[in-house]
Design a protein around this ligand. Structure first.
Ligand code: FES
Length: 164
């Protein structure tokens, strides 16, 4: 995103700020709106938000780094989340993550160069009984095995194509 576009977003996008009281209580709501609109929270807008909400930029960065839902880098079109919590780990979660890394050509935490996929790992998704668990664009895949990864990733791109 160009600096000009970011500046425009921060200062002129009335939809982003619509209906919100500009104070600390509205911060998380505002961040969700920005992320929904732009796919991530551009660092360049943090100072602008801080000024508007009369808080410090470090308070905002504190929120951004605490909540995994927020991204400071552009994410791919498809978000792949692989659980490495104990229950999933003992059933092969690590090998599944490595297979996804190998197929996508990136490491966990990275986005493919074509911005199709972002791969992330988490420590528990709260559904340990169905592990190993892989979530793609909000769809949970249970009891996943290594040989299913190719199909799961392919399905994500096919679904994305259907939407277009
Ligand atoms: S450890 Fe994977 S869902 Fe809990």
């Amino acid at each position: 995103m160009s600096c000009l576009l970011i500046k425009k977003m921060a200062s002129e996008d009335k939809e982003i700020f619509k209906g919100l009281e500009l104070n600390q209580k509205s911060l998380i709501h505002l961040l969700h709106r920005i992320q929904a609109q732009y796919g991530y929270i551009p660092e360049e807008v943090v100072d602008d938000i801080a000024e508007r909400l009369k808080i410090t930029p470090s308070e905002i960065f504190g929120i951004l780094t605490f909540y995994k839902a927020f991204a400071l880098e552009p994410r791919g079109k498809h978000l792949v989340t692989i659980c490495l919590g104990t229950a999933c780990h003992v059933r092969g979660g690590r090998q599944i993550a490595e297979e996804a890394e190998r197929r996508l050509g990136i490491k966990a935490g990275e986005t493919t160069a074509d911005r199709q996929f972002t791969l992330e790992t988490v420590n528990c998704l709260g559904c340990c009984a169905i592990g190993p668990v892989v979530v793609v664009d909000g769809v949970y895949h249970s009891h996943v095995s290594i040989d299913q990864i190719e199909k799961i990733l392919k399905k994500a791109t096919e679904k994305g194509d259907e939407k277009n």
